[in-house]
Design a protein around this ligand. Structure first.
Ligand code: 5GP
Length: 114
């Protein structure tokens, strides 16, 4: 799989505002925030899109979601609410081909997102 900007962030080759890290997951603030809180939760394992995830990734994807939910709780805005989004390929609006969850919070979200 081709190297992405997120692999460079994992290897600390380019800077990022990292807010959470464990053995499998890294989280850092989005460079172009779409909400007052906009953090990207990524697996350290490079998986290009959700289409490329397999049975072997079930636990990893669970960890990714839980890491985001726990971080939201720890930051104190979980009760008020937040949104977790993952974009897949062109129609989904994906631009970085290393799966990630966008955690958006700090303003009222709307549905449908457009
Ligand atoms: P996607 O469009 O693939 O769902 O989301 C990719 C996200 O990565 C975008 O929201 C974009 O702003 C963010 N992004 C792209 N390059 C960088 C970077 O170098 N650093 C950080 N922190 N975020 C980035």
């Amino acid at each position: 799989m081709a190297d992405t900007i997120f692999d460079k962030i994992i290897r600390r080759e380019i800077p990022a505002d990292i807010v959470y890290e464990d053995d499998d997951v890294l989280a850092f603030r989005d460079i172009a925030p779409a909400a007052p809180v906009h953090v990207l939760f990524i697996p350290k394992k490079a998986i290009a899109t959700l289409n490329d995830a397999s049975e072997a990734d079930v636990a990893l994807i669970g960890k990714l979601v839980l890491a985001a939910a726990r971080w939201a709780k720890a930051q104190g805005f979980a009760e008020k609410g937040y949104r977790l989004v993952t974009n897949c390929n062109k129609d989904g609006g994906q631009t970085v081909f290393h799966i990630h969850l966008h955690l958006l919070a700090g303003r009222q979200m709307h549905w449908p997102p457009g």
